[in-house]
Design a protein around this ligand. Sequence first.
Ligand SMILES: Cc1ncc(COP(=O)(O)O)c(C=O)c1O
Length: 478
Amino acid sequence: LKIKIDRNLGPSIVRQIYQAISDKIMSDLLPNGSKLPSIRSLAKDLDISLMTVVAAYNLLEEDRYIIQKHGKGSFVHRASSNQSKIEDKHLWQHSYHDYLPRAPFSNNLIQYKHVIPLSISTIYPGLYPNKFIENQLRKVTENDPRILTTYGDIQGDLELRKEYTSYLKQFGIITEPNQVLVVNGSQQAIDLVARTFVGPGDYVIMEGPTYPAAIDVFRARGASVLQVPLDDEGIRVDILEELVEKYNPKLIYLVPNLHNPTGIITSNLRKKIILEIVSDKNCMILEDDPWSELYFDTLPQPLTSLKSMDKKGKVIYIKGSKVLVPGCRIGVLVAEGSIFQKILSAKGYSDLGSPLLSQKILQSVLSSEHLNQYLEKLRIALSIRKDYLLEKLTNSNIPSISWTKPNGGINIWVTLPEWVDTEALLQTAILEGVSFLPSAYFFANEPIRNQLRISFASVDELSLKLGTEKLIHCLKRI
Ligand SMILES: Cc1ncc(COP(=O)(O)O)c(C=O)c1O
């Protein structure tokens, strides 16, 4: 069991041990029945007192993650777990160290087949122009029958990079094809940036809450993650400035437009201040922009990227193809200078380049004359879904709950009374036949527990209606 302790971090060492172990248990990396290291050996490994480990294990037992058996040791024991029994012949594998902080929580929810997944931040396949994509697939293979037997350029297909250069202008990004790297989705871009620049002992600052899979990438690199709360205008720059001064972070990861999970749009003034904060620091910003195309008509202004304001090459910008053809698993990264060259090298030794077929399909979607029309239809469909969900929440008259009214994107962020633990509530919801993502998943350290994310885009309309009813039923019973 690899646990990293950071003596400078806010949460106590007891809390850090508790968090690391409970994260692994909750995400099934430590299944029911797994034996935890003995108190003595963990204390020795981490160079801490026996009493600290005892306190952490007691807390885990109190919260019903483990049981401690006198003379035998401590074992994972989740009463409500759906985890399969570990086979005896594989038991030894739990003492084979890994560097995973936790498995993606949303994967575990996929196991519940009968459940309507309002937990997943994806767009229902029926909302994409599938016929058009199918035709493009045929055309691409007809035009180049060797496409599946050819390696492409590591940096990505030049035609696609040119296409992106013009596509990104709408977000104020003026770049050239040689500053664009094609990646396998923005998830790979986060991973490439992390493996290139982030290592043990480094600090990474993120919004709190933030996109869970980015937390996992940075923590798996051994970094200490610090999170900064948001208000209506985006990340709290007063706190950000203080943390940058104190910890000298290597990287700041941000989703400034239609933030996941809250939908908040960082104001232009805040964006300017963020750039000023890092201006003279040896610190880069990673700007993740998955869906700024998905703004609703309530928006007061077009969305400006941080990258468009970046005069010094401080921002690495990434965009996936979530709103276009997510199954192609293609996205782009834009950066300059030696920062770009180093990430390009990392791409080379990670996978030697993205699949050409996927790139060509995305290129044909990007260059299609129907693109704007399709995006407009998608925005309208999503806006209708959002209004539906908000209306249902309003009419439910549940006391002491509030929610965001997003100006775009695909999620609603709900706040429940402070005493509610949404991880526990999820178990009830699953029995009811619906899922959401509890707020604890969106935090790297001590989490906020009384919030949850609902995605209104992931399922067909009927399932959205059914799922909403089931969810409201659960919320009424808290
Ligand atoms: C903020 C954010 N970044 C990155 C991703 C990964 O997207 P992809 O790898 O499909 O581009 C997601 C997916 O939900 C996301 O929400």
